[in-house]
Ligand binder design. Structure first.
Ligand code: ZN
Length: 247
C-alpha cells in the first residue's frame, strides 16, 4: 500500500496594517498574508510545519516576503491586532489518531478486565488459549497432560499455542481437557474458539487431562502461558451445535 503525504499550505489574509512606506510607491498601507504549512496524509492535515508572513502593498501590489521583511515591518506586524493563530483543523489527523489510540487502548483494557473476572471465577465450559510448550513442557516437565485410560502423556506438537477446555474444578485444581491442535499464533487459537471450531469439530479435544492449580492461574496469565480466556454464551453454544448438526 502506498501513502500520499507531504505538506500543504493554507492561505489566510489577515487584513490591513500600516507600516513603513512602500519602496515603490510610498504607500504605507499593506495587507498582511500569513501562510500556514501543515503535514498531511491523504489530504488530512496532521500537524503544522511552519508559517510565513508577507506584506502586499495595497497600492502597487509589491510583495514583501517573510525573509525579506525589514525589522521595522516585522515589529509592525507583531504589534498589529491581526494575530495569526494556527487553524485548529491543521491538527485534525493528530486528534483523530489520538482518539483512535485511546479507543483501542480502552477496548483492550475492557477485554482484560473481562478476562480477569472470568479467571477469578472459573466455570466449567471456559476455554483457555495457552502456550502448550511452556505450560506442559518447560514449566512443569514432570507434570504433563495424561490420558488415564491409555496411561500415556501428551506429546509435543509442532506449534506453541493451543486451546484447553475447563471440564471440572476439583480440590482447587482446574481440570483441563487438552486440544488436539496447535497454532503458531495465539490469535489463531483464539479464533478457533470464537469461530466455534472447538464445538463444531468432533475430534477437537483429546482425552489428555491437565490439572492446573487454581492459585497458579494469575501467575501463568501474567507470564503469557495463559494467553486469554473465553466464556461462550449459551446462545453461541446452541448456534454452533446447530451448525454442527447441519454438516
Ligand atoms: Zn507600493
Amino acid at each position: 500500500m502506498w501513502i500520499i503525504y507531504g505538506t500543504k499550505t493554507s492561505n489566510k489574509v489577515h487584513g490591513r496594517i500600516t507600516s513603513e512606506p512602500c519602496s515603490e510607491c510610498n504607500n504605507n498601507i499593506f495587507s498582511l498574508d500569513t501562510i500556514h504549512k501543515y503535514f498531511h496524509i491523504y489530504g488530512i492535515p496532521f500537524f503544522p510545519t511552519g508559517k510565513s508572513t508577507s506584506l502586499v502593498c495595497n497600492n502597487c501590489n509589491k510583495v514583501y516576503e517573510n525573509n525579506a521583511l525589514s525589522e521595522n515591518r516585522k515589529i509592525d506586524i507583531k504589534n498589529s491586532r491581526h494575530k495569526s493563530t494556527v487553524p485548529f483543523y491543521h491538527f485534525t489527523g493528530l486528534v483523530l489518531l489520538t482518539l483512535l489510540i485511546t479507543l483501542i487502548s480502552w477496548s483492550i483494557y475492557q477485554d482484560k478486565l473481562k478476562e480477569q473476572a472470568i479467571l477469578r471465577t472459573p466455570a466449567v465450559g471456559d476455554y483457555y488459549v495457552v502456550n502448550f510448550k511452556n505450560l506442559f513442557f518447560m514449566n512443569n516437565p514432570d507434570d504433563k497432560p495424561k490420558d488415564e485410560l491409555t496411561d500415556t502423556i501428551v506429546e509435543q506438537k509442532p506449534y506453541d499455542f493451543g486451546v484447553v477446555k475447563l471440564v471440572e474444578i476439583k480440590n482447587e485444581k482446574l481440570i483441563l481437557l487438552v486440544g488436539n491442535y496447535t497454532y503458531k499464533y495465539p490469535t489463531d487459537a483464539k479464533k478457533s474458539i470464537t469461530d466455534g471450531i472447538i464445538l463444531m469439530q468432533k475430534d477437537y479435544f483429546t482425552d489428555y487431562i491437565y490439572e492446573l492449580p487454581q492459585n497458579k492461574v494469575f501467575d501463568y496469565y501474567d507470564k503469557g502461558d495463559i494467553q486469554s480466556v473465553y466464556r461462550m454464551s449459551k446462545f453461541q453454544e446452541l448456534l454452533y451445535k446447530a451448525k454442527q448438526e447441519n454438516q
